[in-house]
Every structure is written in structure tokens, then in C-alpha cells.
Design a protein. Structure first.
Lengths: 202, 75
């Protein structure tokens, strides 16, 4: 830290820096003590148990203090630097590979889902990123973000069902799994899923 | 007749194909089916274009298309 003061006397500053018995007190917006330090060589006795003094210094004496962050010189050798750069490059490549794998998985899952939809459901998927399942007694909407809603005759959600695989799979795969389960065994779906009714707005 | 089993997994899905006239391929597909069932995967025999399929508990070598989906739990 570089500090510029209006006084060349640094007796108080040196005492502050070299003695752990010196304490300082100052209200948050009061810079009197600091002004006293830099304007006078008189020793000032101050007490502080918090960083209020630091705030006071910086709040009121912007024109007098320029704080420059201290950047410690690097202690890294050239060999260490090269090793670090290699590691960073390896991490970057691994992250890119993971991202590519995920994109390919999503593409395969999307293809599998779409090949198991009706034309109408494919249209719904394009337009609302969800598919509607029409069963004898109920209508459900399965969204790509995982939400499953029971819809009333007007298409408004009346209940939410929380159900998912134990592990992570691409979103389109999970949509397909839910669709298949609802269509073939609605009873099992309703037993397993946690249902939350959605109040109907008046 | 060629049958296809699509196993939902982290890669999207893994495809297993068998010729119902070839015992080795049928046996390989059956083994995969049974292994996944032990892991509590649900098996669905599906038809084309989103038509409603059916739950199956035994491997059917004459099935055209089977989807193996992971077990679901309440959230």
C-alpha cells in the first residue's frame, strides 16, 4: 500500500506499524484521527477493535490517500510455469470433450424421443418444448425441464407431479421415460410421483 | 426379422440389434434385457410413430422395437 500524507512526519505511522500496543478508535465517518496523523507530528493515541478506522481513513481522505494493490512478484520457475500451462490446457481439452459428449448424448436422446412421438406431439415439442399425453381420464403435459402437469379440460395445470430417474440422463430421455410410463402404467406413475395440487386462479 | 433394443443411458441411448433367426444374437439381446431388468429398468415394446406401447417383463425375440427405460422415483 502506498500512502501519501500532507506531513512529512511519520512518527505516529511508524509507531502504528511497529507496535502492536497501539490501538485506534474512530466513528465510521470521522477522519479526524487520520487528519491528525498526517497533519501533525503529535503522537495520537487511538483504539480500535474493528476495521472502522480503515473505513474512516478511506471515506474521508480520498484526496490524500491512493491505495495501490500490491502484486507480489511471481515465485514460479519457468519449469513450473510450463507445467501449469500444460495442466490448464489439459483441463480445457477435458472440459471441451465433456461438452461434446453431452451434446452428442442430447442429440441421440432427441432422436429417440422424436421417433417415438406422434406428428402432433412432434409439433408440440417444437412449439412449446413439451408433449401432451391424452389418457382416458386425464391429460398430462411433460416439459423438457422435467415438470409433469395434469391439465384440466381447458389445458390449465391443476397438479404437478415430481418424478425422475435416480441418475442423470439427457432431458429428452427422461421425457420419453415419463411418456412411456404414463401411457402404459398410469397407476404406477401416480403411486411413485409426488403430487402437488395447483390452486386454480379465480 | 430384425429387432432393436434402445437402452436409455448417459450417452443418450445404446442400440442393440438382433436377427430373430440367429440364436447368438437373440441370446445376446436376451442377456442384456435380463441384466437391465435386474437393475430395475422398465421394458416397453413400442410401435412406430408414438403409438401406445406395452410393458413387457420377458424378452420377446419377435419384438420389433424395445425401449429400456431407467427406474423412476418420486421427487
Amino acid at each position: 500500500m502506498v500512502v501519501y500524507g500532507s506531513n512529512t512526519s511519520a512518527s505516529t505511522w511508524y509507531q502504528w506499524c511497529t507496535s502492536d500496543s497501539t490501538t485506534a478508535t474512530a466513528p465510521t465517518a470521522n477522519t479526524v484521527i487520520w487528519n491528525g496523523w498526517v497533519a501533525s507530528s503529535t503522537t495520537v493515541s487511538i483504539t480500535a477493535s474493528t476495521d472502522a478506522t480503515w473505513y474512516a481513513w478511506n471515506d474521508g481522505v480520498v484526496s490524500r490517500v491512493q491505495v495501490i494493490p500490491y502484486n507480489a512478484p511471481s515465485t514460479e520457475t519457468e519449469a513450473q510455469r510450463q507445467a501449469r500451462l500444460q495442466r490448464e490446457e489439459q483441463y480445457r481439452q477435458e472440459a471441451e470433450a465433456r461438452k461434446k459428449e453431452q451434446e452428442e448424448a442430447n442429440a441421440r436422446a432427441n432422436e429417440l424421443l422424436e421417433s417415438n412421438l406422434s406428428d402432433e406431439q412432434r409439433r408440440q415439442l417444437r412449439e412449446i418444448d413439451a408433449i401432451i399425453i391424452n389418457l382416458v381420464s386425464r391429460q398430462y403435459r411433460i416439459r423438457r425441464d422435467g415438470a409433469v402437469h395434469e391439465l384440466d379440460k381447458d389445458g390449465k395445470p391443476v397438479a404437478s407431479y415430481c418424478i425422475h430417474p435416480r441418475e442423470n440422463f439427457p432431458p429428452a430421455d427422461i421425457m420419453l421415460a415419463k411418456k412411456l410410463m404414463l401411457e402404459t402404467d398410469e397407476g404406477a406413475f401416480l403411486r411413485i410421483a409426488n403430487k402437488t395440487p395447483i390452486p386454480v386462479a379465480n | 426379422m430384425l429387432g432393436t433394443m434402445r437402452v436409455i443411458d448417459r450417452t443418450g441411448d445404446t442400440k442393440i440389434i438382433w436377427d430373430s433367426a440367429k440364436d447368438a444374437e437373440v441370446e445376446n439381446a436376451r442377456r442384456t434385457f435380463n441384466d437391465l431388468r435386474k437393475k430395475k429398468y422398465n421394458a416397453y415394446m413400442v410401435k412406430k410413430d408414438g403409438e401406445k406401447g406395452a410393458v413387457i417383463t420377458e424378452f420377446d425375440p419377435e419384438a420389433e422395437k424395445i425401449i429400456m427405460a431407467p427406474q423412476m422415483v418420486g421427487g
